[in-house]
Design a binder for this molecule. Structure first.
Ligand code: AMP
Length: 129
């Protein structure tokens, strides 16, 4: 039998029943979706901090960017490419926008399911507070 490297999908649980974003991915909690594909969905943030504030979530439960491996390269590429597509369709691409993925308590992460904030429609300070 030929040995194959297990895919991330094969080695991690697809969803966690007590994870807010897994429940949003499953459609159990309502959200405003602006994008969906086989790997990623994007929803409007419930408490926007900018005129455009969208969250990109992998469908698969991954706690944070700290848990990503080389095997997740297609997913990470998709997150950034989907963010660019959404930025164009939201009309914020030309002025510029910010992508942020908070990791852990000191990073400001409040939902333990990997997500990328896509924020635009105003200028942002650097460094963030
Ligand atoms: P973070 O603090 O980086 O983990 O980001 C979590 C984000 O999820 C925050 O910006 C929240 O406003 C947002 N959020 C929490 N609950 C919901 C929800 N039900 N629908 C959409 N966004 C949410």
């Amino acid at each position: 039998m030929t040995e194959t490297t297990p895919t991330p999908e094969a080695t991690e649980p697809a969803a966690s029943t007590d994870c807010l974003f897994c429940r949003i991915v499953a459609g159990e909690i309502p959200s405003t979706r602006v994008h969906e594909d086989d790997l990623v969905i994007a929803i409007r943030d419930i408490a926007p901090r900018a005129p455009t504030h969208i969250l990109l979530l992998p469908r698969r439960h991954i706690p944070s960017a700290l848990d990503l491996t080389d095997a997740d390269a297609p997913l990470v590429g998709r997150l950034f490419a989907a963010a660019a597509d959404i930025a164009r369709s939201e009309g914020i691409a030309d002025a510029g926008y910010r992508l942020v993925s908070n990791v852990g308590r000191w990073g400001g992460q409040s939902v333990d399911h990997l997500h990328v904030h896509l924020m635009g429609g105003r200028a942002f300070d650097w460094p963030p507070g």
